[in-house]
Unconditional design. Structure first.
Length: 243
């Protein structure tokens, strides 16, 4: 199935089963949902929903990364990352239609989306689907909780390595595009500090970071530098959602 929408910057072959939640459904269940799943490209910076505004769709990424950020007077900080393992639109699962975070595309990819009302109807009589969504919601909450402690207690360099690994896990291609400005936003610090931290990782031969593109050169080395939060979060996702 080809992904096309008005703001698409690329057309790629895609299938709903490339999303881990949809892919884990029994084929009869996935077929039942398929008619209501609309292919939707995710060019970088696309806003999926604004803070405290009605959420019109649930999104199931098949590639790329969606970021949930809290925007405050003093600046913006990322509170959660969603890739092909999950879905964006949590309030619609929990009987609400909005949340105080904004969701936007941090790295270009593709998705399938479903209208809010149809999504909520589809939960009736589909316990397998609901259970998968619940388990992803818990994993996402745990990820956010881990980030609160991480932002307070761990060094910028180790947080930068953690974030690159989490992104690397969700990207289905290399190199991936990432400006220093964007990374500073994700890590909640000013750009010069990010330049310094990324420079340390690059000089250690762990990543190549040129012209805003990141290639992971030494995955094991990057894991050794990352704070313990990376492993804690990864194992939690594995336990809740399978390998
Ligand atoms: Zn940490």
């Amino acid at each position: 199935m080809a992904v096309r929408n008005a703001s698409a910057i690329e057309t790629v072959e895609d299938a709903p089963s490339r999303n881990r939640i949809l892919g884990a459904l029994p084929s009869a269940e996935l077929s039942r949902l398929a008619a209501d799943l609309e292919p939707f490209a995710l060019p970088v910076n696309t806003v999926l929903y604004e803070a405290d505004s009605p959420i019109s769709h649930v999104y199931f990424p098949t590639s790329g990364c969606v970021s949930m950020v809290n925007v405050m007077e003093e600046g913006a900080v990322e509170v959660g990352t969603i890739g092909f393992e999950g879905f964006a639109g949590l309030p619609l699962l929990l009987d609400d239609d909005r949340m105080p975070t904004r969701a936007f595309v941090q790295l270009t990819g593709s998705s399938f989306r479903m209208q809010a009302a149809i999504f909520q109807q589809s939960l009736d009589g589909n316990p397998v689907f609901e259970r998968l969504l619940n388990r992803h919601s818990l994993a996402l909450f745990n990820q956010a909780a881990q980030s609160v402690a991480c932002n307070r207690l761990h060094t910028l360099e180790s947080r930068c390595a953690r974030w690159l690994l989490m992104t690397h896990d969700r990207m289905r291609m290399e190199p991936f595009t990432l400006t220093h400005e964007f990374l500073s936003y994700m890590l909640g610090v000013h750009r010069p500090a990010v330049t310094l931290a990324a420079g340390v990782l690059q000089r250690a031969g762990l990543i190549r970071y040129t012209r805003g593109k990141v290639t992971v050169l030494d995955r094991a080395g990057l894991e050794a530098v990352a704070c313990s939060c990376y492993e804690v979060t990864r194992k939690n996702y594995e336990r809740l959602l399978g390998n």
